[in-house]
Design a protein around this ligand. Structure first.
Ligand SMILES: [Zn+2]
Length: 454
C-alpha cells in the first residue's frame, strides 16, 4: 500500500481528556492503554542492533540497557525506513514514510505541515513535551521539533566549514539539559521526553575509561559511553517517581556499515546492517518485561504505539502502521512489506537512489542491478538470489514499482530552506525516485569505503 499523507487538521481531531494517573485500561480492541503515562523516547544514533548485548553481542558492556531489557519487550526484527538521521526521526514522529512527510535527506527538506506530529498530539492531550538532540542535523529548521515545548538543539560548529556529521555535542551534555527539563515538570501533568544521543556516530572517540577499555574497538566504546548516559537519564526518571508508570521506548534511527559491502558509515546502502535497529519498549510496571517479539516491525509503528498506548482516541494509525502493543499482545499482524529508501547516493554523488522491501525472510533491494537476499539463511547478505528465485523476486519488484509510482518527486514540494540549509539543497529536484536512468551509476560499483557524513 502506498503511504499517503493524512491532511486532517489537528484542531479537528477528537482527543480524550487524559488523567494524570497511569492507570491502565483495556480498549475496545482488548489492548491495554495507559492514559497519562509519561512517554520517554530514547534514540541512540547509528547503533547497530548486532552490537548490543540485548541482541546477543558479547563485545561491549551496557549495564543500563541490559537491565532495561529485563523490563522491556524486545523486537528482534525492527527496521528503519531510511538510513539517515533526520529522515528517520521524521518517520518516527509522523508515522509516515519520507515521500509522505517530505524529509528525504538531512538538509534542504521541510516536514509536511499537514501531518500531525507525535509531540503535537501529546501536547493537545495535555502533555508537556521536551526534546534534546545531539546533532546539528536535527535542528528545528526542518520542522522536526514541531510540537515540542522545549527543543534543545543549540549545537554550533567548532570550526569553519565543519562537516555536517561532526557538528555534534556529547550525549552527557544533552542528557543534562533534558534531565533539567524533566525535573521541572509538575508531578500532576504527564510529559513526553525525547532524548537523542549521537555517540556511536563518527568520529568514534569515546571518553575515558572507555577509550582505554575499548582501544581498537572505538565504535563499541562509544556504545558503552552512550549506555552510561542513558543509565543516568533513567535514574533521573526513577528519582522523579516517573519510571514505573512510564512507557519507555529505546531505539536507533539506523545502523552503520563498519566496512560491510564497502561502506564504512551509512546513508548509501540499504543492506540489513543499515536498516535493522534495536527496539525495546517498556510498558508501565514492566508488563511483559523480558519477552521478545519476532514479527517484523518498523520505526513508523512507534506513532500508533504511543498514541494508542496513552489512550488518545480519534487519531487513526497512519497507513500500513501497527501498534507495537497490539503486536506484542499477540494480535494477528497482517502480512506487511516494510519499505526503505535512500536518495543519498543520488543527491550527493549522482548515483542511483535505492529502495528496498522486507517481507518475511526476503529482502529485495531495487538498484540498477537489483538484489534479493534470504535473511533467514544469509544475514550478511552475501548471496544475491535475484536470478535464482524468480517468483519472490518478481512479486517484490512489482510491488516496488506500484509503490514508487505513487511517490512524489523528491524536492518537488516547496522546501522553505533557511540560509543554513540551502548550501546543500538537493540536486535531484526534478528526478523521480525510483526512475534511475540507465546512465546513473550503481552505488554498488562506485562505493569503496566512501564516507557518508550524517
Ligand atoms: Zn542517524
Amino acid at each position: 500500500m502506498i503511504d499517503r499523507p493524512r491532511t486532517r487538521p489537528l484542531g479537528l481531531l477528537l482527543l480524550v481528556v487524559l488523567v494524570s494517573s497511569a492507570a491502565c485500561r483495556k480498549g475496545r480492541t482488548g489492548i491495554t492503554s495507559f492514559p497519562g503515562a509519561p512517554v520517554i523516547l530514547v534514540s541512540i544514533d547509528t547503533l547497530r542492533s548486532d552490537h548490543l548485548p540485548d541482541y546477543g553481542y558479547g563485545g561491549v558492556e551496557t549495564p543500563a540497557l541490559s537491565a532495561f531489557r529485563k523490563e522491556a519487550i524486545l523486537f528482534e526484527k525492527a527496521y528503519s525506513h531510511v538510513p539517515l538521521t533526520l529522515p528517520s526521526h521524521a518517520t518516527i514522529f509522523t508515522g509516515t514514510l519520507p515521500a509522505t512527510n517530505g524529509i528525504r535527506d538531512n538538509l534542504g527538506y521541510q516536514m509536511n505541515a499537514a501531518l500531525p506530529t507525535l509531540a503535537e498530539i501529546l501536547k493537545k492531550g495535555g502533555y508537556g513535551t521536551g526534546g534534546a538532540v545531539s546533532t546539528f542535523v536535527l535542528n528545528a529548521s526542518s520542522g522536526i521539533g514541531r510540537g515540542f515545548d522545549l527543543w534543545e538543539d543549540q549545537i554550533d560548529p567548532t570550526r569553519p566549514n565543519e562537516p555536517l556529521g561532526l557538528i555534534q555535542r556529547s550525549g552527557a551534555e544533552t542528557e543534562k539539559l533534558l534531565a533539567k527539563w524533566v525535573e521541572s515538570q509538575p508531578d500532576d501533568k504527564p510529559f513526553f521526553a525525547f532524548l537523542h544521543l549521537y555517540e556511536p556516530h563518527t568520529p568514534y572517540t569515546p571518553p575515558e575509561p572507555y577509550a582505554t577499555r575499548y582501544r581498537g574497538r572505538e565504535y563499541d566504546g562509544e556504545i558503552a559511553f552512550a549506555d552510561e548516559v542513558v543509565g543516568r537519564f533513567f535514574d533521573v526518571l526513577k528519582k522523579k517517581g516517573a519510571w514505573d508508570r512510564a512507557l519507555v521506548i529505546f531505539l536507533s534511527d539506523h545502523g552503520e556499515g563498519l566496512g560491510e559491502h564497502g561502506e564504512d558509515e551509512h546513508g548509501i546502502f540499504l543492506y540489513r546492517w543499515a536498516l535493522q535497529v534495536p527496539l525495546l519498549v517498556k510498558l508501565p510496571k514492566g508488563e511483559r518485561g523480558g519477552t521478545s517479539v519476532t514479527t517484523p516491525v518498523q520505526l513508523s509503528d512507534l506513532f500508533p504505539t504511543i498514541v494508542q498506548g496513552v489512550g488518545i482516541a480519534g487519531i487513526p494509525p497512519p497507513e500500513n502502521t501497527l501498534s507495537l502493543l497490539e503486536v506484542a499482545a499477540g494480535g494477528a499482524a497482517p502480512a506487511r512489506r516494510i519499505f526503505a529508501e535512500t536518495l543519498f547516493p543520488r543527491i550527493h554523488f549522482g548515483w542511483a537512489d535505492l529502495a528496498s522491501l522486507v517481507e518475511g525472510p526476503w529482502h529485495y533491494i531495487e538498484a540498477p542491478k537489483s538484489e534479493l537476499y534470504d535473511l533467514a539463511k544469509d544475514l550478511g547478505e552475501k548471496e544475491n538470489l535475484a536470478a535464482g528465485t524468480p517468483q519472490a523476486f518478481r512479486s517484490l519488484r512489482i510491488e516496488m514499482e506500484k509503490r514508487r509510482a505513487g511517490f512524489s518527486a523528491p524536492g518537488a514540494s516547496p522546501a522553505r530552506s533557511t540560509p543554513r540549509t540551502r548550501r546543500s539543497s538537493p540536486r535531484s529536484a526534478t528526478s523521480r525516485a525510483g526512475r534511475a536512468p540507465a546512465t546513473v551509476p550503481s552505488p554498488t560499483r562506485r562505493t569503496r569505503s566512501r564516507s557518508s557524513t550524517t
